[in-house]
Design a protein around this ligand. Structure first.
Ligand code: ZN
Length: 217
């Protein structure tokens, strides 16, 4: 799953308006932001295997530290605690932790059974990715719902608050479509480097957030 995770990040703003969008995107994508680092360090591995599922040519051979349920919860607790210590807001911390854990849940819906419950343990996955139309439908729905919640929860302070947001949304959609219609990546290292570029979306989220304000309800 790709833009569905971003949908969760955007939508979480409604549950914790004082948490920056940058933090929420970081949380919802956290394990996929760690993953390329672990890939490039050789700690986790992926294989290019066109047709592995209908949706992706990636065979997630081993990613026990970023994508097991146990470590997913662990990363959530870690990021939630970091937020709580830094901002001293429990609700915000809980939302941050939940956004991190949501990643595993959405991946569990999407992936074929390649997600371990604990490192080295049984692997699970509901396999939404066996259908491209179903994947696109579910993911687009989550993404659109997240954007809608975010738009309800915030309003632009200035034109940057509008354009920074909509350019990010456009870029995510373009990247998503490119992912679906484009050729498979040339190598697993290329996957690592391309995925690493997703870190860019975190400062982008902070930038958007500084130009928008929570709507008082
Ligand atoms: Zn993932």
């Amino acid at each position: 799953m790709f833009i569905g995770h971003f949908g969760v990040g955007f939508g979480a703003k409604a549950a914790a308006p004082r948490v920056s969008l940058g933090t929420l995107l970081l949380a919802a994508q956290f394990v996929d932001l760690l993953w390329p680092i672990f890939l490039l360090l050789g700690i986790e591995s992926v294989r290019i295997d066109p047709g592995n599922t209908a949706f992706t040519p990636l065979d997630f051979v081993s990613y026990p530290l970023t994508h097991s349920l146990l470590t997913g919860v662990g990363w959530g607790v870690l990021l939630g605690c970091a937020y709580a210590l830094h901002r001293r807001w429990l609700r915000g911390a809980v939302v941050v932790a939940a956004a991190v854990v949501s990643h595993w849940v959405l991946d569990w819906v999407s992936h074929r059974p390649d997600l371990p419950l604990i490192p080295g343990g049984n692997k699970v996955g509901l396999g939404l990715w066996s259908s491209v139309p179903a994947t696109v439908a579910v993911e687009s729905l989550i993404f659109a719902a997240g954007i809608a919640l975010y738009l309800r929860a915030t309003r632009a302070r200035d034109s940057v608050g509008r354009w920074a947001l909509w350019s990010l949304v456009a870029l995510l959609v373009i990247a998503y479509v490119g992912n679906i219609v484009g050729p498979p990546p040339p190598s697993s290292r290329a996957v690592g480097w391309v995925t690493l570029s997703m870190w860019l979306f975190v400062p982008w989220g902070y930038w958007i957030d500084r130009h928008r304000q929570p709507v008082q309800r």
